[in-house]
Write a protein that binds this ligand. Structure first.
Ligand code: DP6
Length: 334
């Protein structure tokens, strides 16, 4: 029986994290970001005492676990080392990751994994996910694994404040009040599979080479403020407008990098056009896009049936995933 089980879900950024402060591997961002945690595709982590540290992953469809290849270990080792500095943990730990989604589907499975890992270590350290101070620490731990993971500790809408301190102690995610209960998200899986350039690599390239990068940093802080204000006002249209503009700005930064980062496909752009056409007809629909080809349509219930019929006709082969805002990291029964 494991010592601890914990789970967490992926999150989708409405104003994106794209750019780290120079130096170090602590995933300290250049700007704030703001996300919504999803109601599906949770990853569960089980921790067991072991002779030495071991990271195991199971395939999403179940089946036997396998050790993570050495080249992928550094972020896990970073999280473990930081947790051991804070808390009295067993000298050897076996962590088993049980995802419900293949990482290659590009829905930020690593955010769910590192958030669940940080949550499990926090609980094993004798802390509780219901204490804000412990959650803050867990968010920092998750960030060391993958930046966007720090937002998945919380459910609903979440803002990652970039912080200023070089030790990263003020760079963590903060939950925002629950609003817009009707918000729905429709993922169009145009091209499942691993993206050509990872987010980690892509954002380093943009920071180093894209002339638009200084503009992007200002833009993100403004978009986060505008989206947070829209949330406070329960104003879906303003939220959607800023989220879509932020995603397009991210891809402008990517296209202006050297060599260019081209994540969108012609089909991706057709989805942006569809959303614009539907908005012109009065339907509440906006699009966001991470560093990959699969758009996500932010919408309200009156648009759902129409979206399904239009997308089904345009892309009969593409799976459509209906998602909603969901919960943060959880302590699961053993
Ligand atoms: C486009 O969090 O995966 O999804 O910190 O290097 O692990 P690392 O990057 P990661 O980047 C996410 C990029 C994004 C935008 C976002 O989720 O904010």
């Amino acid at each position: 029986m494991p010592l601890v089980r914990a789970s967490a879900a992926p999150n989708l950024a409405l104003s994106k994290y794209w750019g780290k402060r120079p130096g170090g591997a602590a995933n300290l961002p250049v700007a704030d970001s703001l996300s919504v945690t999803l109601n599906a595709f949770r990853t569960t982590v089980e921790l067991r005492a072991a002779r030495q540290d071991l990271i195991l992953w199971a395939p999403a469809a179940g089946g036997p676990t396998a050790p993570l290849p050495d080249r992928l270990l550094p972020p896990y080792t970073r999280v473990l080392a930081a947790a051991r500095r804070d808390w009295d943990l067993p000298p050897g730990l076996e962590a088993t990751f049980l995802p419900t989604l293949e990482p290659a589907q590009g829905l930020a499975g690593s955010a769910a994994a590192f958030a669940a890992f940080a949550a499990a270590l926090t609980i094993l350290g004798g802390r509780s996910l219901s204490h804000p101070e412990d959650l803050r620490r867990a968010s920092i731990l998750a960030r060391l694994g993958s930046g966007s993971a720090c937002r998945s500790l919380h459910g609903g809408f979440v803002r990652w404040q970039r912080g200023e301190l070089s030790d990263g102690s003020d760079s963590f995610a903060i939950p925002l009040p629950p609003v817009l209960p009707d918000l729905a998200l429709l993922v169009v899986l145009l091209a499942p599979g691993r993206k050509a350039t990872s987010s980690t690599e892509g954002m380093l390239r943009s920071a180093a080479t894209s002339r638009l990068f200084p503009w992007w940093i200002d833009r993100c802080n403004q978009d986060c403020d505008a989206i947070q204000a829209a949330l406070q006002a329960n104003d879906f249209a303003t939220l959607g407008h800023h989220a879509e503009a932020n995603a397009l700005a991210l891809h402008a930064v990517c296209l202006a990098s050297t060599p260019p980062l081209l994540y969108a496909t012609p089909d991706t752009l057709r989805v942006f056009q569809l959303a614009a056409d539907l908005r012109a007809q009065g339907l509440p629909v906006y699009v966001t896009l991470d560093a990959g080809p699969n758009p996500v349509l932010l919408h309200l219930p009156p648009a759902r049936a129409r979206l399904h019929s239009e997308l089904g006709a345009l892309f009969p082969q593409a799976p459509l995933l209906d998602l909603w805002p969901g919960d943060g990291a959880r302590h699961e029964p053993r």
